[in-house]
Structure formats: structure tokens, C-alpha cells
Unconditional design. Structure first.
Lengths: 257, 262
């Protein structure tokens, strides 16, 4: 049987120029068709971990492989969705042009073929944004932009989808809808999201990867207040919107820590 | 043929490159880098006058050196980018001024600082034609890659686009473009022609290529009306062109504001 670990991180340290490690002694495996949410305090190393997996950063110690290869060689199988707030919101570009960007493969001139256009249209249909194709990206709402960026990531035909703070600046109704989309996609690809939003580590995700200099993995259904306190180092206000009291049929409600 | 005639041809030809590159400068927000390259060009012009070779060649060489230095510092040296921009801006000018102080000849420093159409000869037209092609050809051929890098360089890198190559190419194309209009509007004001037409065009267009076409057209209108008007009222050409471009830019901002309110 083939090993179905798609991400393997062994004894990894990562630091920037000043030699103070952002991540220390990280060991992590991530399986095919698994889904996980990376959480932790700001500055704890969430984005660093994401960039390591993407190959945009190199570890200072230890090893990382994605689909059995160094991350920079695995890019063909990875779809990446950045936070849309990182993008220039005045840039003159239409939705179709953004989505097609996922087809910018290693061909030197970067021309799009008919097939590229077909793939882009199919993915936009899947995300229900085909009617927005000619609209300017900056005119769209947060929820629409988010779907455009997922569509762009999907045109790469990824086996692993990485999302950076996908629910930031999205209203709660849209967030719910968004996790439904992720759930569907998870049937055919592995999903790793970064979130600052603990309340929405939903039951749609298999596990939670807690990052604060070190990394711990917990199954979602075992996540509780003490674990959060361990990771953040202090009490946080945690509201679990999805808490289900299966035993005594109490109303769904909030579990404050 | 008169200098005004040559200047008009140079301005119209240069506008093509200014439309394309100005759009990148404005959307990629590198106008301060472009400003530093423009001012450092005086170093090359000064060296050319001192050693007795053609000022255009001196300008092209220094512009490219300045672009490469800024690019390397930004990508590799982890220094504060704006400090480096300020350093290159001032050091380039200082070198130029020292060379010029030690050169005797029938030229005026102001001609290079603020532009003078009397500097323009028929040869400039050929040089500008060649530079136009060198600048515009890669921009057309690599359009999708450049669009990707300008909009989202991380994502483009993950798709296998040579982001650093494209970035350096853009900086060098910007450097060459600056040289095209130095004789008309001068090194101090050339940044206006790189930003104002594109920024004005950006108010009315929704796609990168349409922004380029409109800013090309606007640059042609601003430079030719500026040159003709300055000839009529006996005023220097460079400032006249910049004032016209500035008025249109401010006008476009006001128009946009009023339109949104109504």
C-alpha cells in the first residue's frame, strides 16, 4: 500500500533573520482527504506554517515534504487561497482574469488555451459565480470575492487546498455557507485552513492544528477550553456555536470558557 | 524641420510606452521607485557630458543600474525600501551635479532637470522607436504573467511564474521608459507623465489593458497640447505639459466624486 500521508513535517524549526524561532520542533502528518483547521494566537506561527507547506519559506532545521516531494516541486497539486484583504482592492481586473490565473502554469509566455477557459468556466459554475465573470473583482462583496479566490485555487485541479483566514471579513451567514462548500470539496481533496476564528472550528473539519511556536493536533470533537488555554497561554472567550448537547437534549447554546 | 516638430513626434511615440508602463507603475504602486530612478539618471547624464559621450546612453545605463540596485535590495537585502529609494534618488543627482560642475560646454543644467525641446534632434526619434519596441514587446507577450505578478505575486509564484524575473523586467522597462521623455519634461517632472495619465485613466477603466490604452491616448493628448500651447504662449514645454496632465487628473477625481454622490 502507498503511504497516504500527503504532508510530512519532521523535527522542523523555522526562524526569520533574527534567529528567534517562530516554530520549534514541529512534527506533523496530514493524510489524504483529511481536513484540518490551523488555529493559534496572532504571531504564533500559523501563516509561517502555511508558507512552509507552500514552499514560500524554507525551514532552518528539519524536513518537510508535500506529496513526498519538497514543497516547491509539489506546487502542481496545491491550490492556494490567500486572504482577499492582502490584494489591492483598486486593481483593474475582472473575475474571469482572476480565475484564469490558476492556469498560469510553467509555460514561459503564460498564454491561456481554450481548455484553460473551459476549466475556468466549469469551476465558476461550481462556485455559482459564472454570472460575475466580466465584473470587476473590486466591485464584489466579501463573500463573492472569497468564492472567486476558491474558484481560482480550484482551476489548478489541486489535491490539497490551502486557505488563509478564509472567513475573515465574511458575515456569519456566508461563513456557514462557506463551510458547506468546503465540506463538499473535501470529498475529493484534502483541506487545510488557517483561522483566527475559534468559534468556527466547525464540526465540518476533522481536526484542529494548534500553533503557538509549537504544534499540537487535536480531533475537533475533543476540543475543549483547557486545550485552548494551553495553546493561547491565557483564557480566551470561546463561543461554540455548534455545541450539541446530545445526552440531555438541552437547547443548542454557548459554552463559555 | 523645427525642434517642435521633432518634439511632437518623440512625445507621441514615447506616449505608447508611457501608457503601458505608467499603468504598471500606478497599479503596482512603485511610483517612488520610478521617481528615484528618474532622478538618479542625472548621474549618467553628468558622466556622459564629462566624458563626452551621448547623454542618452549615460541616462539609459544609469537608469538600468538604479533599477537593478533597487530590485536587489528589495528582494534580497532586507533593508528598508524607502530609505534605499531616498539614497539612490539623492546620490544619483549628487554624482551628476559633481560631473556637471567640472564640465564646460554649451549646455544648461536646467535643460536636463526641467526638459527643453531644443535638446531633441532627429536621432532621438530612432532611439525612441527602438526603445518603444524593446519596452512594449515583452509587455504584450508576457501580459498574463505580468498581470498575475502585479495582482498577486505569491499566487503567481506558486503557479510556477518566474516572479523575480518579471519584477526585474518591469523595473528595467520602467527605467527605459523614464529615459524616453527626459528631454521633453526633464528628470524632475518625468514621474508626472508616468503616473498622471495612468491614474486618470484608472478612474474610467475596469481592466488593465483598457487602462493602458486610455492612458496612452491621454499621454498623447497631454504632451501634444502641452507642446503646442507652450510654443504659442512662449512658455517652457515640460511644466506646461505637467500642468495640463495635473488638471485632468484633479478633474477626473472631482468628476468621480460628484458622480458617486449623484
Amino acid at each position: 500500500m502507498k503511504n497516504n500521508n500527503i504532508i510530512e513535517i519532521k523535527d522542523l524549526d523555522c526562524s526569520y533573520g533574527n534567529n528567534i524561532p517562530v516554530l520549534e520542533n514541529v512534527n506533523l502528518t496530514f493524510n489524504e482527504l483529511e481536513s484540518a483547521c490551523i488555529v493559534g494566537p496572532n504571531g504564533g506561527g500559523k501563516t509561517t506554517l502555511l508558507y512552509l507547506i507552500l514552499g514560500l519559506l524554507k525551514p532552518s532545521r528539519g524536513s518537510i515534504t508535500v506529496f513526498g516531494k519538497p514543497p516547491t516541486e509539489a506546487y502542481g497539486k496545491i491550490g492556494y487561497m490567500p486572504q482577499y484583504v492582502q490584494l489591492d482592492d483598486q486593481f483593474p481586473i475582472c473575475v474571469l482574469e482572476v480565475v484564469l490565473m490558476g492556469r498560469l502554469e510553467k509555460n514561459f509566455w503564460g498564454r491561456y488555451s481554450k481548455e484553460d477557459h473551459k476549466i475556468a468556466m466549469d469551476v465558476m459554475k461550481e462556485m455559482s459565480i459564472e454570472h460575475l465573470a466580466q465584473r470587476q473583482f473590486s466591485e464584489l462583496s466579501g463573500g463573492q470575492r472569497q468564492r472567486v479566490l476558491i474558484a481560482r485555487a480550484l482551476t489548478c485541479n489541486p489535491k490539497l487546498l490551502l486557505l488563509d483566514e478564509p472567513t475573515a471579513n465574511i458575515d456569519p451567514g456566508m461563513q456557514e455557507q462557506f463551510y458547506e462548500i468546503l465540506y463538499k470539496l473535501n470529498q475529493r481533496m484534502s483541506i487545510l485552513t488557517v483561522s483566527h476564528d475559534l468559534g468556527f472550528v466547525s464540526d465540518k473539519m476533522n481536526s484542529v492544528i494548534c500553533v503557538n511556536k509549537t504544534v499540537q493536533v487535536h480531533p475537533t470533537n475533543k476540543l475543549d477550553g483547557n486545550m485552548i488555554k494551553d495553546v493561547y497561554g491565557y483564557d480566551v472567550n470561546l463561543i461554540r456555536h455548534d455545541y450539541r448537547c446530545d445526552h440531555n437534549h438541552e437547547e443548542e447554546g454557548c459554552n463559555h470558557v | 524641420m523645427s525642434n517642435l516638430y521633432y518634439a511632437l513626434i518623440v512625445a507621441l511615440l514615447a506616449s505608447i510606452a508611457f501608457g503601458v508602463i505608467g499603468t504598471f507603475v500606478v497599479t503596482r504602486r512603485i511610483s517612488s521607485i520610478a521617481g528615484a530612478i528618474a532622478h538618479s539618471v542625472l548621474g549618467g547624464i553628468g558622466a556622459a557630458l564629462y566624458f563626452g559621450f551621448h547623454p542618452m546612453i549615460g541616462a539609459i545605463i544609469t537608469a538600468i543600474i538604479a533599477a537593478l540596485v533597487i530590485g536587489f535590495v528589495k528582494l534580497y537585502a532586507k533593508q528598508r525600501e524607502d530609505t534605499v529609494i531616498g539614497a539612490i534618488w539623492a546620490i544619483g543627482m549628487a554624482i551628476g551635479l559633481l560631473f556637471i560642475a567640472n564640465t564646460t560646454g554649451d549646455f544648461q543644467l536646467e535643460d536636463y532637470l526641467f526638459g527643453n525641446i531644443h535638446l531633441i534632434s532627429q536621432n532621438d526619434i530612432y532611439v525612441i522607436l527602438i526603445l518603444d519596441i524593446v519596452i512594449i514587446l515583452p509587455a504584450i507577450l508576457l501580459f498574463n504573467n505580468i498581470l498575475g505578478v502585479c495582482f498577486d505575486s505569491h499566487f503567481s509564484e506558486l503557479r510556477g511564474v518566474r516572479v523575480k524575473f518579471i519584477y526585474f523586467m518591469l523595473l528595467i522597462m520602467t527605467a527605459l521608459t523614464i529615459v524616453l521623455m527626459v528631454k521633453i519634461v526633464g528628470i524632475i517632472m518625468v514621474i508626472a507623465m508616468l503616473t498622471l495619465p495612468a491614474a486618470t485613466a484608472g478612474q474610467f477603466t475596469k481592466r488593465l489593458w483598457s487602462m493602458m490604452l486610455l492612458s496612452m491616448l491621454l499621454s498623447m493628448v497631454f504632451t501634444s497640447t502641452g507642446l503646442l500651447l507652450s510654443d504659442k504662449i512662449k512658455m517652457p514645454g515640460g511644466p506646461t505639459i505637467v500642468i495640463i496632465a495635473g488638471l485632468f487628473y484633479v478633474g477626473s477625481l472631482i468628476y468621480k466624486k460628484v458622480k458617486i454622490k449623484s
